[in-house]
Ligand binder design. Structure first.
Ligand code: FES
Ligand SMILES: [Fe+2]
Length: 385
């Protein structure tokens, strides 16, 4: 993050007063519980936001070399993003044109010069063009169907790769980022190194996973022993960028910066800088690494989350791998034992009709930004992007 931006945010915190009221949102919001439980609403969200709208598939550094592949599903549609020989990327529907088997089953893989289906070994060029069918003499000569892999729109910029699973309409990354490109570009994400990714399934609506990170209001109570001794519970800086937003959590040590001259001030050592790229990604800049959450909503109360760690240097030594694995363990331990059990209980209560609305206070402004953004797209039937 550029120095001027860090100073600007620190100024806002200093000006917000001791109770931080100056950081609160303009108004509270009451949201119907049905946005988390209604299967019709869920299907609309998946179609509008995850299939027809552009979504982040991953970071460029996850597939640095020709033949590297990154897979994900969007509204159930399996997509493989493949690094081409000329270093550009292609997004292919990860389904063989013979009888529908997935071509790549790993989250990240290297397939070499061609993609080969594990079922009967139909082989495709990296751009999806059918290259060979084993034993094909006489076996398929009466088929006149074009059998290249289907392609969908993909664009790579600022070290990020966006796809539109639902079609070929081009993606304008700056419009998708809505102004966050200045901050995200300054993080130089293309130069980071992918260390590891883990996949977990959680029993609650996909929006609850992002809700967890939207506010620091719960830190003092829910994370009494793990995070509260270090982090402020009443201070979250929130800014919106089109449909996206950030939410910056702060360590108590941030006050040290206010005693320094302006050109020596920095927010990075004291903060967890979170960018919510609606609908599916939470990108978190921690002090010495980047964490990423990518969501795949399965049904109204089931969400697959892939968490990834990115480091400034490749993790080649055992010591480095152990260090990053420990960071990843800690991330999943705090969220998996403190935050997510509550979210799963809330989901069950809402499905049982315990309450029919949820309240997001002015002290939780990112929740309001997030849910307004999702609801606006669903009501319009399009993200407009
Ligand atoms: S399904 Fe892929 S080769 Fe048969
Ligand atoms: Fe939390």
């Amino acid at each position: 993050m550029r120095h001027e931006r860090q100073v600007e945010i620190l100024d806002r915190i200093e000006a917000a007063g001791p109770r931080r009221v100056g950081l609160f949102g303009d108004e509270s919001m009451v949201n119907p519980a049905s946005v988390y439980t209604d299967p019709v609403r869920f299907a609309e969200e998946r179609r509008v936001l995850f299939r027809e709208g552009p979504v982040l598939a991953g970071l460029s550094c996850e597939i640095p070399n020709p033949g590297d592949v990154l897979t994900a599903t969007f509204d159930g549609l399996p997509i493989a993003v493949v690094r081409q020989a000329n270093r550009s990327v292609a997004a292919l529907v990860n389904t063989c044109r013979h009888r529908g088997a997935p071509l790549v089953t790993e989250r990240v893989a290297s397939c070499g010069a061609r993609l080969t289906c594990p079922y009967h070994a139909w082989t495709y060029e990296l751009d999806g063009k059918l290259a060979a069918r084993p034993m094909s003499d006489g076996a398929f000569d009466d088929v006149d169907l074009e059998c290249n892999l289907h392609r969908v729109a993909v664009t790579e910029k600022y070290g990020m790769i966006f796809v539109r699973a639902g079609g070929p309409a081009p993606i304008d990354v700056d419009a998708v980022l809505g102004g966050a490109e200045d901050d995200l570009g300054a993080f130089d994400l293309g130069a980071w190194h992918h260390v590891e990714s883990r996949v977990n399934t959680w029993n609650f609506n996909w929006k609850f996973l992002l809700d967890t990170f939207c506010e620091s209001y719960h830190i003092r109570w829910l994370h009494k022993e793990s995070l509260a001794p270090t982090f402020l519970s009443d201070c979250t800086v929130v800014e919106s960028f089109g449909r996206n937003f950030n939410s910056i959590g702060l360590r108590k040590s941030v006050v040290e910066e206010f005693t320094k001259p302006v050109d020596e001030r920095s927010i990075l050592p004291h903060s967890t800088i979170q960018y919510f790229l609606v609908p599916n990604t939470l990108l978190v800049h921690q002090i010495d690494h980047v964490e990423m959450w990518r969501l795949e909503p399965v049904d109204v109360h089931t969400t697959i989350a892939t968490t990834s760690i990115f480091a400034p240097e490749p993790a080649v030594t055992e010591k480095a791998q152990r260090y990053w694995a420990k960071n990843h363990d800690l991330l999943l331990q705090v969220t998996g034992t403190e935050d997510f059990p509550v979210m799963a209980a809330v989901q069950r209560s809402l499905e049982a009709g315990a309450i029919s609305e949820l309240v997001y206070g002015r002290v939780e402004p990112a929740l309001t930004l997030f849910h307004r953004s999702v609801t606006a797209a669903v009501e319009a039937g399009t993200t407009g992007l």
